[in-house]
Design a protein around this ligand. Structure first.
Ligand code: NAP
Length: 474
């Protein structure tokens, strides 16, 4: 595999003015240096995207669709290589990385299908003598910013709809995981995306350089996935120049096990909801809220399953829990657990940094009171705090006692009860008796401090389309 490490502007791979080391967090070794861009290179990316916009917007949707379909096929055929790259720069285990690649590729396929199906509307005005024609047009040059936890899927979930809609883009990946994004940009290049339609830059200093790019009036749209903290900064920046934003931000998902749940199924779902991606998912179950009657059985079975996980570097045969993305991120997890213990949490499993090389943290289970501070934070690691409740109303109140509202999980053998609970929980998505519901064909997104807008599904393409009304008098 030849790693792409340069900037990609106007269809060309070009050297940067600086460079950024990329580490393998399982052993701390540098795996590559990626080019970084100065202000003039960031501006060159905007120039290229702006020049390419009009021709790309006018390109037949069928052709845009076929390019995306080709990208899907290349991505699937190279899934193992991409998964290895993800595992190396992100630390996650190969099976998780491979699952991510296939999920990520599906965004190219889904939006290849959506590119040719944008609906419009034509109506008679109530006055009778006028017609209302509603159509959609691509927003324009879009800035796409992605996090490190799903370096492939968070990029394709934006690139797919943007290109399908007819927007041109500048992609900026997280500094920990730029190599996967570069690989995907190369796939799009090979799939036939014209020069300037997709551009990739890693600004040497994200904050000031992204702010400067947002203040360029040719940039019309910002699609961000990352922390709520950075999302707030970017919403402020975007407000200054009235740039459209879509914000996929942090989560603090509750996982409710009601007293009539099938506990074996709940444990299976809990393992997926908590441990997919080593717990580093915005959708990760972060607070286990379990009915008192079934809590002993759930805690025992869940802890036993967690304790059996094989912790090892991501590419090790049979590894189930890899390294965190960096020692800094791993130490954040450790600090949250230490504070939880100081506040009275009981450690059922794990709870101490794995000493030695690499950013490893063990699978950890805590039992906590409902006022323990760990329940207020997104943990982003393999840590499962469990809190017990007595009534469904109390469970819902605990679930809603957070500033976040991305996703929730409910386990119950009574579908009507689960539905009532799902409707009462303040989150953009609810999984009933399932440990994962992310699906390119479904609208993904949160409420409260978890963000604005939706990605995927029928809604996803509309983040990159403006609505235009044309009034006609006849
Ligand atoms: P992050 O620190 O917010 O960074 C995300 C991206 O923003 C990175 O590319 C980062 O670049 C960039 N960035 C940081 N500061 C910036 C600034 N001032 N201006 C412009 N860009 C800036 O998040 P992360 O640690 O990578 O990812 C974890 C977070 O993402 C979690 O909170 C998780 O819940 C959230 N997430 C949400 C979803 C969702 O769909 N809702 C999905 C996945 C992840 P640098 O690396 O160069 O700083």
């Amino acid at each position: 595999m030849v790693l792409k490490t340069d900037l990609y502007i106007d269809g060309e791979w070009i050297s940067g003015t600086g460079s950024l080391p990329v580490y393998d967090p399982s052993n701390g070794e540098i795996i590559a240096h990626v080019a970084t861009a100065d202000d003039s290179q960031c501006e060159a990316a905007i120039d290229a995207a702006y020049r390419a916009f009009s021709p790309w917007a006018k390109t037949a949707p069928r052709l845009r669709s076929e390019i995306l379909r080709k990208a899907f096929e290349i991505m699937v055929s190279e899934a193992d290589q991409i998964a290895e790259l993800i595992s190396k720069e992100n630390g996650k285990v190969f099976s998780d990385a491979r699952g991510e690649v296939l999920y990520a590729a599906e965004f190219f396929r889904w939006f290849a299908e959506e590119a040719v199906r944008t609906p419009g509307d034509f109506r008679q005005a109530p006055s009778g003598d006028k017609r209302i024609l509603v159509t959609h047009q691509p927003v324009g040059v879009s800035l796409l910013i992605t996090p490190w936890n799903f370096p492939a899927a968070m990029a394709t979930r934006k690139l797919g709809p943007a290109l399908a809609a007819g927007c041109t883009v500048i992609l900026k990946a997280a500094s920990e995981t730029p190599l996967t994004a570069l690989y995907i940009v190369d796939i799009l290049h090979r799939a036939g995306v014209p020069g300037g339609v997709v551009n990739f830059v890693m600004p040497a200093k994200s904050g000031p350089q992204i702010a400067k790019m947002l203040h360029d009036p040719r940039v019309r749209n910002l699609s961000f996935t990352g922390s709520t903290e950075v999302g707030r900064i970017l919403i402020r920046e975007a407000a200054e120049c009235v740039v459209r934003t879509s914000m996929e931000l942090g989560g603090n998902a509750p996982f409710l096990v009601l007293e009539d749940a099938n506990i074996d199924e709940a444990v299976k779902g809990a393992m997926i909801a908590k441990m997919r991606n080593g717990g580093a998912a915005c959708t990760a179950a972060n607070r286990f809220v379990v009915a008192r009657k079934v809590a002993p059985e759930f805690i025992e079975k869940f802890t036993a399953t967690m304790s059996a996980l094989k912790v090892a570097p991501g590419m090790t045969e049979g590894a189930q829990l890899g390294a965190s993305v960096s020692v800094k991120e791993r130490n954040k997890i450790a600090e949250l657990v230490d504070n939880a213990v100081t506040a009275g949490a009981t450690v059922e499993l794990g709870g101490k940094i794995i000493e030695g090389t690499g950013a490893f943290y063990p699978a950890t289970v805590l039992t906590v009171d409902k006022d323990n501070p760990i329940l207020r934070h997104e943990v982003f690691g393999p840590v499962a705090p469990i809190v017990v409740f007595d009534t469904d109303e109390e469970a819902i109140a605990i679930a809603n006692d957070t500033e976040y509202g991305l996703i929730s999980y409910v386990y119950s053998s009574d579908l009507a009860r689960a539905m009532r609970t799902a409707e009462a929980i303040e989150s953009g998505m609810v999984a009933i008796n399932r440990g994962v519901i992310s699906d390119p064909a479904a609208p993904f997104g949160g409420v409260k401090q978890s963000g604005l807008g939706r990605e995927g599904g029928f809604a996803g393409i509309h983040e990159f389309l403006e609505t235009k009304y044309i009034g006609v008098e006849i």
